[in-house]
Ligand binder design. Sequence first.
Ligand SMILES: [Zn+2]
Length: 205
Amino acid sequence: MAKMHFKYASMNSGKSIDLIRTAHNYEENGYKVLIMKPAVDTKAEDSISSRIGAERKVDILLLYSDNILEVLKNKLKDISCILVDESQFLSTKQVEDLFLVSKSCNIPVICYGLRTNFKMESFAGGKRLLEIADVLEELTTLCSCGEIARYVARKVGEIFVQDGEEIIIDGTENITYVPLCGKCYLEKVNKIDLEKVKEKLTMED
Ligand SMILES: [Zn+2]
């Protein structure tokens, strides 16, 4: 039976290039894929772009209110795989409907997305994917310190911030996103002095 996959990661971990490569692999072998993306991600409009230059047109741009079962009606003939970019922005219901599609039509669904937002919290779609996907796979990238970066931090200008709206696309309002490891997140975003914490924890009375 076809599986639903959630390939999750921080920013800049090659999610889009992995999606583009997967689509290419299917097509090279004569199979058809369907590529979807939530419309909230306005970065590349109706295409998926990777930082290393590859670009790919999206077949369906999804609105948050879209009913996936309606959207996919009569569009799954000969489709061997459904690929979803920025799947953290899907609604809970949309994730559940994609799971239903994978099982009822026996088509694998591969969702790419962020594990957490800049506050280290789940997005609605990402949370549901972590709960119900058959296969979870982490794609990794490196923190500037050399450790694996699993979290995303938001910068306004040069300053790390902890507050603000959940979804602001990078590049707008002077905002950028930075992949960080857990230690660097605590130090740089939460401004916690880890040495002090250790001292407290190991201090003898
Ligand atoms: Zn780090």
